[in-house]
Structures are given as structure tokens and as C-alpha cells.
Design a binder for this molecule. Structure first.
Ligand code: GDP
Ligand code: MG
Length: 201
């Protein structure tokens, strides 16, 4: 098995993150945890490319629809449909509109447990209930209740891969191998070196 320090994840700063001048703030939070940035670009994505991004996993439509239905039921609300695929179709349409509304920043972050650490720092999907101290908890006030009324996607500033497999698929979707930089950060000597030697002269 590859050492944990090689785990990678994909992060997208969505158009609202760019427009609200939160790029530095978001990057700072991942950076200070000890993760290494190995690729970064600003781009304007096409609707087709965003739809592909969300449907790389053939199960995504079903899972997202079911998750959404559960969300409504747990709040004592009636879901807009019993069919998870119908719900996802609407969510996807809104997501495509949101993600293509302006430039985005796409990044690869590498380091031990990169996927889980980045998800933890990013916070839960719906800003209303994201934990305080997370990016989504600290910088947004959006809710599904409001987005359902307004007919749009929830503005949660960032996308972060949900699993190692999802991350690897998304990295392939967004980056060519030659765009990814292989290098060492000086701090890796402290983060991963077993003996922490080489500090004293
Ligand atoms: P994430 O990985 O935390 O971004 O969440 P998911 O992968 O489950 O969902 C991807 C995106 O779909 C989210 O960022 C939301 O914009 C949208 N989404 C997911 N679940 C729901 C839901 O229950 N209702 C609505 N309206 N949108 C949702
Ligand atoms: Mg996801």
C-alpha cells in the first residue's frame, strides 16, 4: 500500500467563493493543516463538463436523490418527489447553472488523509447546519429551504471529493498529468519523518 502521505483530493472554489474574495481564506485553511498543493488553475467550465464532474460516479444520481429525500423527512417536510432521480435532475440543473456562472479555482491537495481532512475543514453540505469553524459554517448562511424557494443550488463555496476513489476520478477529469507538480515541502520532514532527525546541527 502507498504511504498515507500520497493521498490526494480535488477541491473546487465555486464562483461565489471567487466573487466573495475568499480564495485566500479557503486556501489558507487547507494549507495550514499541512496539506500540499500540487495543482491549481482558474477556469470557466462548460455545462457539459460540470454535468460530467457530478456524474462520474454512475450511482451519484441515486445517492444524491436519496440523501435529499432523507433530509426533507428528517426536517418533517414533504420531499418534492418520491423518486430520487427526479430530485437529482433538478439539483443537477441548478448545480450546472451555479458552477458555470463565473470563474472557478480547481486544485489538487495532497497529504495524509487528504480526503477526510479536507472534508472536515470544509464542513457539511448545507451551510445552515455546517459546523462552526468549518469553511461552510463560517462564511455562508445558505439553506435548502431558501434554495428550494428561490430555485437554485445551495451556495456552499467549495466542492471537495467525498472519497479516495471519487478524488482520483475527479483529478483525472480536471487535470492532465503534466499539470500536476511533484515536489517536496520542507515541512514534510516534520509531518512525516519517523525520527524527526536532521533538526539539530
Ligand atoms: P458535497 O459533497 O458536500 O458537496 O455534497 P454532495 O456531493 O452530496 O452534493 C453535491 C451538491 O449537490 C451539493 O454541493 C449541493 O449543491 C447539491 N445537493 C446535495 N444534496 C442536496 C439536497 O438535499 N438538496 C439540494 N437542493 N441540493 C443538494
Ligand atoms: Mg460530493
Amino acid at each position: 500500500m502507498k504511504h498515507h502521505k500520497f493521498e490526494r483530493t480535488l477541491v473546487i472554489i465555486k464562483p461565489d467563493g471567487v466573487q466573495r474574495s475568499l480564495m485566500g481564506e479557503i486556501i489558507k485553511r487547507y494549507e495550514r493543516a499541512g496539506l500540499k498543493l500540487t495543482a491549481i488553475k482558474m477556469t470557466k467550465a462548460t455545462p457539459k463538463f460540470i454535468e460530467k464532474h457530478y456524474t462520474l460516479d454512475p450511482e451519484w444520481r441515486r445517492i444524491t436523490g436519496e440523501k435529499s429525500i432523507k433530509g426533507y423527512l428528517s426536517k418533517g417536510l414533504k420531499p418534492p418527489s418520491e423518486d430520487p432521480f427526479k430530485i437529482t435532475e433538478v439539483v443537477l440543473k441548478y448545480l450546472v447553472k451555479y458552477l458555470t456562472s463565473g470563474p472557478i479555482i480547481v486544485m489538487i491537495w495532497q497529504g495524509a488523509h487528504a480526503v477526510a481532512i479536507i472534508r472536515k475543514l470544509t464542513g457539511g453540505t448545507e451551510p445552515l447546519t455546517s459546523d462552526v469553524g468549518t469553511i461552510r459554517g463560517d462564511y455562508v448562511l445558505d439553506s435548502y429551504q431558501m434554495t428550494d424557494t428561490d430555485g437554485r443550488a445551495v451556495r456552499n463555496l467549495v466542492h471537495a471529493s467525498g472519497s479516495v476513489k471519487e478524488a482520483e476520478n475527479e483529478i483525472k477529469h480536471w487535470f492532465d498529468k503534466k499539470e500536476i507538480v511533484d515536489y517536496k515541502l520542507v515541512q514534510e520532514q516534520i509531518l512525516y519523518d519517523v525520527n524527526m532527525d536532521g533538526i539539530l546541527e
